[in-house]
Design a binder for this molecule. Structure first.
Ligand code: GDP
Length: 304
């Protein structure tokens, strides 16, 4: 239900336009497809992914000769679902931690303002609620606010935060957080990192240094590199995803702020382009507004 509410703006704008596109038309023809293409691009699905979706529908129209506009809704839904099925969006997303890895180390990356700290706080709360022992690492030492905010989240949730304050070495904070996780038998360690996208080489060096130092404790850390993207920035989120996936091995995505935006289609474009599982979506500021991404549910709420 909160997913439906969260995606309301995307839905309303999308639907308004979709019904306008088919007004007075009984069959799906080139004109309707052109309109649909525009609507999908407008919903921030992204040009490449939109072309793919339109191609798929065109093939169906060519095969079935006549497709009624009253079926467009269903066909579009099926084709988007099929596209999400082909990539790994939302595959098996859950708040469980893999057995046999302790602590499970999540390194969280993303530019400032996308909701990185909030997402970490919400994740910590979910794991804590599930009875997991959590340690947070405030390795976004570039901004005082980021460190303070993470400490506030730690207090609110009731989990320890490792911090050396502002302008300290992020890799050293990450090291100490993982060390604390190992020493205290924590289940999960979540590391916040600086969101500077100053230049690609700088970012790459910074993230690989953090990894290298953590790996002195456990060679296979981090087990997850979670990239947080702000869905309300639409195509900017796609551009950031390109930068970060070039700079480091991103293994999972969180797309935030899908409430209050009509750009929810970006989730479809991002999962299609990167084939990296979208694991979480943010649909509000409350703890329970960080949801596991379920592709079927997502497509349904986009359309229902
Ligand atoms: P950071 O700079 O990436 O760490 O970003 P923050 O975690 O500080 O978040 C920036 C702002 O976005 C804060 O006001 C958050 O409350 C807000 N925010 C984060 N996630 C969501 C979301 O899913 N929906 C909404 N509406 N706001 C969010």
């Amino acid at each position: 239900e909160s997913l439906d509410k969260g995606l309301e703006k995307t839905k309303t704008s999308f639907f308004g336009q979709l019904s306008k596109a088919v007004v007075g038309k009984s069959t799906v023809d080139v004109e309707v497809l052109d309109e649909l293409e525009e609507i999908l691009v407008h919903a921030d699905v992204g040009v490449e992914t939109t072309v793919k979706i339109i191609d798929r529908i065109e093939k169906r129209v060519a095969r079935d000769k006549y497709v009624s506009t009253s079926e467009l809704d269903r066909i579009l839904r099926e084709e988007i679902a099929a596209l999400l099925e082909e990539n790994r969006a939302g595959d098996g997303a859950n708040f469980d931690l893999p057995a046999g890895i302790k602590p499970y180390v999540i390194m969280v990356v993303g530019v400032n303002g996308v909701g990185k700290t909030t997402t970490i706080g919400k994740l910590a709360a979910q794991f804590h609620k599930a009875g997991k022992k959590v340690v947070l690492g405030a390795a976004d030492t570039f901004r005082a606010a980021a460190v303070d905010q993470l400490i506030i989240w730690g207090e609110r949730v009731g989990v320890p935060v490792i911090s050396h304050g502002m302008n300290t070495d992020p890799a050293s904070v990450a090291y100490d957080a993982v060390k604390k996780g190992v020493d205290t038998g924590a289940d999960v360690v979540i590391i916040d990192t600086a969101g500077r996208l100053h230049n690609k080489v700088g970012l790459m060096n910074e993230l690989s240094k953090i990894k290298r130092v953590m790996q002195k404790i456990t060679v296979d850390t981090p087990h997850e590199v979670l990239l947080v993207l702000d869905g309300s920035t639409g195509q900017n989120a796609l551009i950031q995803a390109r930068e970060f996936t070039k700079a480091t091995d991103v293994t999972a995505l969180a797309i935030t702020k899908l409430d209050g935006t009509a750009k929810g289609g970006v989730v479809i474009g991002i999962s299609d382009e990167f084939k990296i599982p979208v694991k979480y979506i943010g649909v509000g500021e409350k703890i329970e507004d960080l949801q596991l991404f379920d592709k079927h549910q997502f497509v349904e709420s986009f359309f229902s």
